[in-house]
Design a protein around this ligand. Structure first.
Ligand SMILES: O=C(O)CCC(=O)C(=O)O
Length: 338
């Protein structure tokens, strides 16, 4: 085996993270960028929204979608050969993601351990391939070296509207975490158990990454991956809670009982908020409408493009702008109905 690869693997095993320089030449990185940009324009057109509005709501796409399908063969052949050379054994591909951090969706992804989100299909390591240069102000990835040896915590539900990333503000993170700036075509390989995050994109420059998840064929996943603990309004509950609150709101505020799906409620509420009539609770209608549109785009992108919100901001925005005041107002009926 190539000696450099061997020393990279030893660093990865020891620290949980390592950079592989120049995995992709510039021409190929630009080609992938072009595929992504072209498809995102098509996705936005399908939803009759601007690319800016689409990117404000959707910041990650999973395989299969029309972007990853165009890259699949290459990932399964050349990238798999690289992953396998790196780890020193045959590997299996688990997932492909494209993740963006842009001027429209610039927020940090809080500290987390990937494996906690993949209990059903645990994988061993990620290969995070930079499609642009990622400097310290472009939404750089940060890692806590050696933390892959710590116990696995339950998945962090950072979609919860009041979520605070206490790990990132801790003394340990501030003193021991490392930022890993990379250049276009470099890959960061990291253990699925390592604590990591991505920082705020302060530059406003697009930062796209092709992220693939792998394990050795004979990988034994850790047995102690804890079950997830859903919050009352978070990544595993917010769609359902939103649907139910919007439905009850239609009935109680507008005497408009409808039995429909989330997309229909989001649409109806956007229309109703155009009406100059007063709502029985206090909200900024323009902001509420904008937040409904954000969830509307995300909901359709999830169904049509396998899209998602990597930063957990879209539902949280709707919570603050509309759902929280609505739920407070609806509470008066719960006590009399209950
Ligand atoms: O790309 C990002 O912003 C976050 C990436 C990440 O946390 C991951 O791939 O596990």
């Amino acid at each position: 085996m190539n000696l450099t690869m061997r020393s990279k693997r030893l660093t990865f095993e020891e620290k949980g993270v390592v950079v592989l320089k120049g995995v992709l030449d510039h021409e190929s990185a630009l080609l992938i960028q072009q595929i992504i940009t072209t498809e995102i324009k098509k996705y936005a057109d399908e939803l009759a929204c601007s690319v800016a509005d689409y990117l404000a709501s959707v910041s990650r796409w999973a395989h299969p979608c029309t972007m990853t399908s165009q890259l699949y063969q290459w990932v399964e052949s050349l990238l798999k050969a690289l992953a396998s050379e790196f780890i020193g054994e045959s590997v299996k591909l688990h997932k492909i993601n494209i993740i963006s951090k842009s001027a429209q969706a610039d927020l940090p992804v809080p500290c987390h351990q990937d494996i906690a989100y993949s209990r059903e299909d645990p994988y061993e390591f990620s290969l995070w391939l930079a499609l642009q240069d990622v400097g310290l102000f472009d939404g750089v990835l940060e890692f806590l070296p050696y933390s892959h040896r710590e116990k696995i915590e339950p998945a962090v539900d950072f979609w919860f509207p009041e979520f605070m990333d206490n790990r990132q503000t801790s003394f340990l993170w501030q003193h021991r975490a490392i930022a890993v700036p990379v250049q276009m075509g470099d890959a960061i390989v990291f253990d699925s158990r390592i604590w990591h995050r991505s920082a705020l994109n302060q530059s406003g420059r697009d930062r796209f990454a092709l992220v693939t998840r792998w394990s050795r064929i004979n990988y034994q996943s850790p047995t102690e991956i804890p079950e997830r603990v859903p919050t009352s309004f978070g990544m595993w509950t917010c769609a359902q809670v939103t649907q139910s609150l919007l439905q009850r709101g239609l009935e109680k505020c507008f005497q408009h009982p409808v039995n429909a799906d989330l997309a229909t409620y989001l649409d109806l509420w956007q229309q109703l908020l155009i009406d100059p009539g007063k709502l029985p609770f206090d909200v900024d209608k323009l902001q509420a409408k904008k937040a409904l549109k954000g969830v509307f785009i995300l909901n359709h992108a999830a169904a049509q493009h396998n899209g998602g919100d990597a930063q957990g901001k879209v539902y949280a925005h709707l919570w603050h702008c509309l759902l929280h005041p609505l739920s407070q107002w609806l509470n008066q009926f719960s006590s009399s109905e209950g």
